[in-house]
Design a protein around this ligand. Structure first.
Ligand code: ADP
Length: 251
């Protein structure tokens, strides 16, 4: 680190510098607090699947060999909890790099072709109907293509996990912004929980998202990426009717 040399400063200038330093220290403190909170939340979230794995493997050790039903149930549970831990750790790594590089790799992105590519990949992976709605004119934004792709995958992946029907994706534009909507016709989110789904690790119903292998991290990552693009992300949802996620991305 460079040594800071201060000379020939007026009292006012020194006071201003002190204020700036204080603000920097405050911000550093807040960042450390956030990191500590994250480590504690993450450890807590990892503990639950690990406990399940441990108790099922102990059951398998004690009684699994004599009982096919027990061993099938145990293996299934261990497999699905291990998959969740794997997803979670992948997301942690993604978050760590995303936060380190809070800078976007901005270039011209053709949303129409990006969306077609995502549609193709997800349709094959999930065997679900994903419809794209947009006019022929390409919509171009200055954005980080990989990060926008990550957001779209998170949103469509959620729509698939929490519904059984088709998914509709709408793309539109005006002079300044691109507008994206991901709609599903699934279980929806209770009104009082909508604001909380953007929190790290928050899941509306732990049991239902355990079934679908959720980590509670997707939407918080999506929100962070959209914020970096100076855009907006909003959710409208009705229980047992479906969910609409709206994005506004400045062009
Ligand atoms: P997860 O990995 O659990 O899906 P997210 O952060 O992406 O994590 O979402 C947080 C929670 O919000 C989910 O666990 C789920 O309860 C709810 N949710 C998100 N998207 C939808 C949707 N399209 N329909 C219903 N519930 C949703």
């Amino acid at each position: 680190p460079k040594k800071i040399v201060i000379h020939n400063k007026t009292k006012d200038e020194l006071e201003q510098m002190a204020t700036t330093f204080n603000r920097m220290i405050e911000r550093l403190g807040e960042n450390i607090e956030k990191q500590e909170q994250f480590i504690s939340d993450a450890s807590h979230e990892l503990k639950t699947p690990l406990t399940v794995i441990k108790s099922y493997s102990s059951l398998l050790k004690r009684r699994g060999l004599q009982n096919n039903e027990i061993s099938a149930e145990a293996i299934e549970a261990i497999y699905s909890e291990a998959t969740r831990i794997q997803k979670m750790t992948e997301m942690f790594l993604n978050m760590a790099t995303a936060e380190k590089e809070n800078i976007l790799e901005v270039k011209s992105v053709n949303l129409n072709s990006l969306f077609r590519e995502i549609q193709q990949q997800l349709k094959e992976a999930y065997k679900r109907e994903i419809n794209l709605h947009f006019s022929q004119d390409p919509i171009i934004v200055q954005a980080d293509e990989l990060k926008i792709k990550q957001v779209m995958i998170i949103l469509i992946d959620n729509a698939i996990k929490y519904s059984h029907d088709k998914i509709d994706v709408f793309l539109d534009t005006d002079d300044r912004n691109a507008f994206i909507r991901v709609e599903d016709y699934g279980m929806g989110i209770p009104a009082q929980e909508i604001e909380r789904v953007f929190e790290r690790f928050y899941r509306v119903d732990k049991a239902r998202s355990r079934e679908t292998g959720g980590t509670g991290l997707g939407l918080s990552i999506a929100k962070n990426i959209i914020k970096l693009h100076k855009g907006e992300i909003k959710i409208k949802s009705e229980e047992d009717k479906g969910t609409v996620v709206k994005l506004i991305i400045p062009k």
